[in-house]
Ligand binder design. Sequence first.
Ligand code: AVJ
Length: 317
Amino acid sequence: MKKPNSNLSHDFDFSFEVKFGLNQSQKRIPSKYFYDQKGSHLFNLITEQEEYYLTRIEKFILESRLSELKSLFSHVDEIVEFGPGDGSKAEIILKQFMSWKSLGLNYNAVDISASAVQQCLNRLRKFKNLSLNSIIGDYRTFQSPTNNKGRLFLFLGSNIGNYEPHEATQLLQEIRHCMKKNDFLLIGFDKKKDIAVLTAAYNDRSGITRAFNLNLLERMNTDLGAHFIKDHFSHYGVYNPLVGAMQSFLISKKNQNIYFETLQQSFEFDLGEAIHVENSYKYSDKEISKLAHYAGFCVVENLNDERNMFTNSLWKV
Ligand code: AVJ
């Protein structure tokens, strides 16, 4: 029914995508590779930083406004979460669902990080009458059908922001194709806002975001036998108003040549040269409705905080 996914294929993907990305004239590595065990841990720490408002505000929205949707969810007996992280948002949602209904509920976690899924499921074990499942893989690994009356798909945390707009449309179309008419998708968007606020969120004072980005170099050392010295790169996070995204780069502090044992290849990094490691797209209300429309969804309801920092948008097919 559900495809298990081995970590081996991820190592292969990682090595393939690093080789491909570092051979480009503008070097880049997909941001999904941040999330090894250490990276997932560092990301959890980011969500606790004062400057990183996203998680805090989304949790506030889920805690204070999800109940407005209660009657819509009366038939929902299965929840599928893409990228649950440490499960703390699932916990907020499930607490409410369990209080609304007595019948059993299924919860599925789909995540690329095995350690994140483990942490998530451990947190949710305390719920009685909740059956837990997990799929280790990227979001495309998810295979639908089970017997259910209605499902709520969760794609929270502004994870959609890591996708190029055309990829986001495509991914959401794929999700829509495995949804039925009784299903819902609740998706989290970080909103366009004051650039100083955005910039601070990706440049926290304690340097956790910096460590998170530099950890990618360490992961390449560990998994691909690379010989990076973290101190020879700096973290650079800026908002690009032309694309509407926070962009993160690792910038080489000197001319250097890095050999990768497993690839049997060296890559040259010039002083000031960037590896583009992340885009975090920010959305306006108009862009959210357009994306829903392009992907074939209807927007049922938008839940915002009072300062419009973040939106949880509920969609139907
Ligand atoms: C997990 C993709 C939502 O883009 O804000 C946090 C990852 N990167 N700080 C984001 C991240 C740097 C985060 N997402």
